[in-house]
Design a protein around this ligand. Sequence first.
Ligand SMILES: Cc1ncc(COP(=O)(O)O)c(C=O)c1O
Length: 499
Amino acid sequence: MAHEKMSTTQNKKLSSLKKLIGGNKKAIPGQLKLLEAMKSGEQVGDKQWQEAAKAHSWLHFTSHGSFNSKDMLIIERGEGHFLVDSKGHKVIDGLSGLFTNNVGHARPELAEAAAKQMMELDFMPLWSYHHPRAIELSERLLSYAPKELTRVFFTTGGTEGVESAWKIAKQYFKLVGKPQKHKVISRMTAYHGTSHGALSITGLPQFKQMFEPLVPSTFRVPNTNFYRAGEEFASAEEHALWAANRLEEAILFEGPETVAAFFVEPIQNAGGCLTAPESYYKRVREICTKYDVVLVADETITGYGRSGEWFGSIRYDIQPDMMVTAKAITSGAQPLGALFLREKYFEPFSEGSATLAHGYTFGGHPVACAVALANLDIYDRENLVDNVRMNSPIFRQTLEKLLDLPIVGDVRGDGYFFAIELVKDKDSKQRLSAAERDKLIRGFLNGAMYQAGLYARADDRGDAVVTLAPPLTVGPKEFVEIEQILRGVLSEAWEILNS
Ligand SMILES: Cc1ncc(COP(=O)(O)O)c(C=O)c1O
């Protein structure tokens, strides 16, 4: 076995790592104990998973140091709108996985569609060849999409959709004789993904600094956070118009002949569910048309019913040129993304030898497409988008009850997508300090909500917020349960903040 062959130096290295790992003395990198146990037919569970996970895996966006003194949360099962962990603790999934599981978890219809497709055609790339499920899914998707979008390019997720939109815009402009158009404008605090391109478009400096230099030529304009807008703005409309006009200013400053695209989320997640009135999108549309800038709606989260319409672009009449979607397209059961485009951007590629030199092995995977079709069947059968539209005001009212707590400054959002902003002083809207955010968000809130029965996300990429995005299958009963849990946890958070 590998660990029997280890040198003294390796052993020393391991014992210092072992000290680092702390709590769990058996989590020694290099010793594949879980594998051994499984091979020998031993029953494995939480204890063995904890050891192996701490020794050999690397989680995304996670401070692993915290696992020196505590166990990981290992989610073993999903049951409808519940999650069950490896210690048997059951919680409401208040975030739909990661804005993914809109029809809930472990739906047999999706599993059956995947199995059937695997036995028919398990894989074929969309590189020069096509397959029936991707063809069928394209038309099906377009039947729900804003009418101006007529073409679909498949990816495996949101980052790839953002990356693809930018690259397609760049190549399009080269083909139509505007080769200088390459720059991208996006909004402050917005998250658009993690590849070098998508990260460049992201407006969160703290996520970018360690990876610089990134792709050049990206610029930020203000978002539509009215709660944090200055007193000079009398209404959300007034603030939003001001914010939209900053886009024109940025385009003129950079030179319209150099700007390719503007990326915007219909409801911006980072910063806490930032909505905008329709007038904002009307003005943004005007500006993008005037300067031939591709208006890209990043609907990685808002797509597929989250806003109370099929797409946020319909909800706010955005009339985008391109629309990035992913996550809930399969309700998370398979990795898939779909970038929707106006025909204009495909036309230069439709004749002659012009080729989009871009693609992904697994973009439009046949199994993922089959699952997406079955997922859309569930949406239709259960009228999930109507459910959101009908119940969203009740969700909002239920969460707004929390405004009686001193720590809750604002409740905002739309559809089944709300953020609760946490403040130190309600009247002055005083923000939590960095140390307080550390203590509350990382040190308390996420864990406390989970222990109390709710998986949701306390987040301070912008201001401190708790974000909620439950499966579209839930209703008023679950809203009350969520409110009750949050009431207890946020009351305790206030005490901790003032202790
Ligand atoms: C608005 C937005 N764009 C892009 C992404 C990146 O998507 P993915 O993680 O699927 O690459 C996300 C992820 O949450 C997102 O919220």
